[in-house]
Design a protein around this ligand. Structure first.
Ligand SMILES: NC(=O)c1ccc[n+]([C@@H]2O[C@H](COP(=O)([O-])OP(=O)(O)OC[C@H]3O[C@@H](n4cnc5c(N)ncnc54)[C@H](O)[C@@H]3O)[C@@H](O)[C@H]2O)c1
Ligand SMILES: O=C(O)[C@H]1O[C@H](OP(=O)(O)OP(=O)(O)OC[C@H]2O[C@@H](n3ccc(=O)[nH]c3=O)[C@H](O)[C@@H]2O)[C@H](O)[C@@H](O)[C@@H]1O
Length: 390
């Protein structure tokens, strides 16, 4: 099927076995889909959950899936399972996605956040280094923290100068708030594991690539509270706003929705990861920003655009009051803080892999909200009508 695949330098690509840890999550599910549909590679999928990749593991009707012999699911918790080392030994490449990565957890479950993002990743790095296995590790754009520009006076013209806000892998500092702002527990743990991986590369020759995703969004991201996740749970912004739209509730703008983000479509971002997988000579030893600098909005603008797009895909008029303001303390609790602005510099990924994002924010929201409406609208209607029926 995939015969004739060549890398960016024209060399044939050999089929490999990939141990993907966290394969059952949002990014993992899209990456598994892509690898199985478009490449000859095998996937050893490791996770505690498999719901998001069920369609890749079990045929919906009779007959078998075309990639049935190229994916195996291993249900295990990497915290405490001796099978992990064996799986790493069986693979040519290890991709580590496993993490707690929802901001609502960083200040309310800081210990779990630090353990998940640092301590639990340690054995993965160690086994890769000891067994000379290549590692692609998922870090985060949160590693940059706040921009230098946000510390300048509000009216300073330097705030408009990209040198004060564009985030560069090899030049920007990591600027976190004080320890009592436990929001930064995640970024700090991710930073330390990046430094450890980098040091393993420098001192012990570990072949690694570090990925810093900038707000990848799309279908299957997180959960809709009360439908496929806890009713009190707080997922990331795409799922929070989708949930509000599906339930015809105003979208909640934390601290006025002034923070800025750049959103990239998951399918664009997955193309970048596949280039890393298949071009080790160009990807090893590098840290890559993966985002879409052209898709910048404030959270308020995101809310307005999602409201418009959802009205189009659901054919329901928007609410008279589509948004409400809420304080971060009320929404996330004590210890929350925020990144002000996140624009990725794309020089390194462009130079090494020739990758560029393609999808506009409007288009990616249209396909994602079409999916959300199709997947959840009926279930939400039922959930809402239940108490009245009882
Ligand atoms: N989605 C984004 O835009 C984004 C942005 C920045 C960084 N990241 C990073 O990318 C990675 C994947 O993110 P995602 O959005 O797919 O998150 P996700 O929560 O959907 O996926 C993570 C998966 O890891 C699994 N996992 C967690 N701990 C585990 C353990 N101890 N043992 C086995 N499995 C475990 C979870 O069950 C989950 O399926 C994370 O490391 C995250 O920090 C994602
Ligand atoms: O996706 C990323 O690149 C990284 O950033 C995210 O952090 P953040 O962007 O702050 O998380 P979101 O939950 O997506 O929130 C985005 C913004 O929307 C705001 N928000 C969120 C939810 C909501 O209902 N209303 C609202 O105004 C938040 O306060 C924040 O300013 C998460 O930390 C990680 O998944 C990841 O590492």
């Amino acid at each position: 099927m995939a015969s004739g695949r060549v890398d960016l330098d024209g060399n044939p690509i050999k089929p490999i076995t990939i141990c993907m840890i966290g394969a059952g999550g949002f990014i993992g599910s899209h990456l598994c889909e892509k690898i199985l549909a478009e490449t000859p590679h095998k996937v050893l999928a490791v996770d505690v959950y498999s719901d998001k990749i069920k369609h890749l593991l079990e045929p919906s009707g009779s007959g078998s899936l075309p990639w049935a012999d190229r994916i195996q699911f291993h249900r295990l918790n990497i915290k405490n399972d001796p099978r992990l080392e064996g799986l790493i030994k069986m693979a040519d490449l290890i991709i580590n996605l496993a993490a707690i990565c929802t901001p609502a957890d960083y200040n309310t479950r800081p210990l779990d956040t630090i353990y998940s993002n640092f301590i639990d990743a340690l054995p993965v790095v160690k086994y890769c280094s000891e067994n000379s296995k290549r590692l692609i590790h998922f870090s985060t754009c949160e590693i940059y923290g706040k921009t230098i520009g946000c510390f300048l006076p509000k009216d300073s013209p330097l705030r408009q100068d990209p040198a004060y806000f564009v985030l560069k892998e090899d030049a920007s500092p990591c600027i976190f708030g004080p320890i009592e702002k436990q929001r930064w527990s995640y970024a700090c743990a991710k930073q330390l594991i990046e430094r450890l991986i980098y040091a393993e590369g420098a001192e012990n020759g570990l072949e690694f690539t570090i990925v810093r995703p900038f707000n990848w969004i799309g279908p299957r991201m997180d959960f809709i509270p009360g439908i496929d996740g806890p009713s009190e749970g707080v997922p990331r912004v795409l799922a929070c706003f989708s949930n509000n739209l599906l339930r015809r509730e105003p979208l909640k703008l934390v601290d006025g929705g002034q923070s800025q983000r750049t959103f990239v479509y998951i399918k664009d971002a997955i193309e970048a990861v596949l280039l890393m997988i298949e071009n080790p000579a160009r990807a090893n030893g590098h840290i890559f920003n993966v985002g879409n600098p052209n898709n910048e909005v404030t959270v308020r603008q995101l809310a307005e655009m999602m409201t418009q797009v959802y009205s189009k895909v659901s054919a329901e008029p928007p609410l008279d009051t589509p948004t409400i303001d809420v304080s971060s303390k009320e929404f996330y609790g004590e210890g929350y803080d925020d990144s002000d602005k996140r624009i990725p510099d794309m020089t390194i990924i462009n130079r090494q892999l020739g990758w560029n994002p393609k999808t506009s924010l409007w288009d990616l929201l249209e396909s994602t909200l079409t999916y959300q409406h199709r997947t959840y609208a009926e279930a939400i209607k039922k959930a809402i009508s239940k108490p009245a029926a009882n």
